[in-house]
Design a protein around this ligand. Structure first.
Ligand code: HSE
Length: 402
């Protein structure tokens, strides 16, 4: 018998309990042992839940129970979750998490601690919801030098953009729908300001490039500046607006990483990734391009990834699989200042825009105000772009993914 405790009975934690319960027989067959949910830790009680009898309020009950060998941390955040994770690992228990903030900020330390204690720290659900990406990156693509990772990494923002594009919904209405579907973080600022995507690209980049890349090192722009006018202009030139997280290995070994909205051409498979779906495109020096696609948020898809890690930890109790990356330095990650791309600009000051960008492609949309311009520039760095911006006020300035 393998005893499991879940920390945090929110959307994901309750999904994990449900999947463990519903698929009990199937999981038993995979592990060749019974996986029993012994405790659920939460500050609340759940008297109407079928799992009500398992609820405890004191972490030390779990910490001190030698029968519990696997702890599922679905609390979120990097405060109490960090304390409980450290204590669970110290106590010789494997920890499984969907907590991207914790892995992005403290993954290096927690992986090292797990290694010292001979247990597992697994976080497949921390990136891409139900999409298998951590294990494939760590194992299946291990032969490759990873050159680039570009992904749609946040289900909430992709859902919002899709609803704005397809149904013409306002930003606020689309966000309300995403929250009602259980996709958004408790504080959706982390989704719409890009912090959630930032944490996820940090995890992928740390794993792929072998050194910890911290969220504070990654310039991040969310989708709050995207308007229906931008959506219309992107559509007019055969492109879709997508929030992308990118990590690109430079020839000097540093990693250029950032999160920002992009115009993505309809020919690019990332443009067809709609609703809550995520996709992660990886380029390796042997495999070339490979893409991972699936539901990036939501109760059961995320629980699916968590429970897969529980099965993995239970099956490999005596031969721990190692995931590892080294501590990062101040210069491990660099901003995309030197990265050339075409740029989409929208703003006011038509004459100034025409004078500054005679080499650009003009865009149009029905009903645009007379003083509004929108254009796509030739490839250039951000500094070169900004040097040309005198006399005009761009409302939107997004890179084009070519
Ligand atoms: N809020 C996150 C998202 C949940 O929308 O992608 C999954 O990590």
């Amino acid at each position: 018998m393998v005893n499991v405790a879940i920390l945090g009975f929110g959307v994901v934690g309750s999904g994990v309990a449900e999947v463990l319960d519903t698929n009990e027989r199937h999981i038993e067959g995979k592990v060749d042992d019974l996986i029993r949910l012994k405790y659920i830790l939460d500050v609340r009680d759940f008297p109407d839940s079928p799992f009500a009898g398992k609820v405890v309020h004191d972490f030390s009950v779990i910490e001190q129970d030698p029968e519990v060998s696997i702890v599922v941390e679905t609390i979120g955040g990097a405060k109490v979750a960090l304390d409980f994770t450290r204590r669970a690992l110290q106590a010789g228990k494997s920890v499984i998490t969907s907590n991207k903030e914790l892995v992005a900020e403290h993954g290096c330390e927690l992986l090292r601690l797990a290694q010292e204690k001979g247990v597992s720290y697994l976080f497949e659900a921390s990136v891409g919801g139900g999409i298998p990406i951590i294990r494939p990156l760590n194992q299946c693509l291990a032969a490759n030098e990873i050159e680039e990772i570009t992904g749609i990494l946040n289900g909430t923002t992709n859902y919002i953009l899709t609803r704005m594009i397809r149904a013409g919904l306002s930003f606020d209405d689309a966000l309300r729908e995403a929250q009602a579907n259980g996709y958004a973080e408790q504080d959706p600022t982390a989704d719409i300001e890009g912090h959630d995507a930032c944490r996820k690209i940090c995890i992928l980049a740390s794993l792929a490039f072998g050194r910890h890349i911290y969220p504070r090192q990654v310039p991040t722009e969310g989708i709050t500046g995207v308007t229906l006018a931008d959506v219309a202009y992107a559509d007019s030139c055969g492109k879709k607006l997508k929030l992308l997280g990118r990590a690109i290995r430079r020839t000097d070994g540093k990693v250029c990483a950032y999160v920002a909205p992009h115009l993505v051409d309809r020919e690019n498979p990332l443009s067809g990734v709609e609703d809550v779906f995520n996709a992660i495109a990886v380029r390796g020096n042997a495999i070339g391009d490979v893409m991972f696609y699936g539901r990036g948020a939501g109760k059961l898809p995320t629980a699916s990834a968590v429970v897969a890690d529980v099965i993995d930890a239970a099956k490999h109790r005596d031969e721990k699989k190692r995931m590892f990356w080294a501590e990062g330095g101040d210069d491990t990650a660099v901003p995309p200042d030197g990265l050339e791309s075409r740029w989409y600009l929208r703003g006011t000051g038509v004459q100034a825009a025409e004078a500054a960008f005679p080499d650009s492609t003009r865009l149009s949309r029905p009903g645009a105000p007379a003083d509004e311009f929108a254009l796509v520039t030739p490839p250039m760095t951000r500094a070169a772009l900004e040097a040309r911006l005198t006399g005009m006020t761009p409302g939107s300035m997004f890179r084009v993914l070519d």
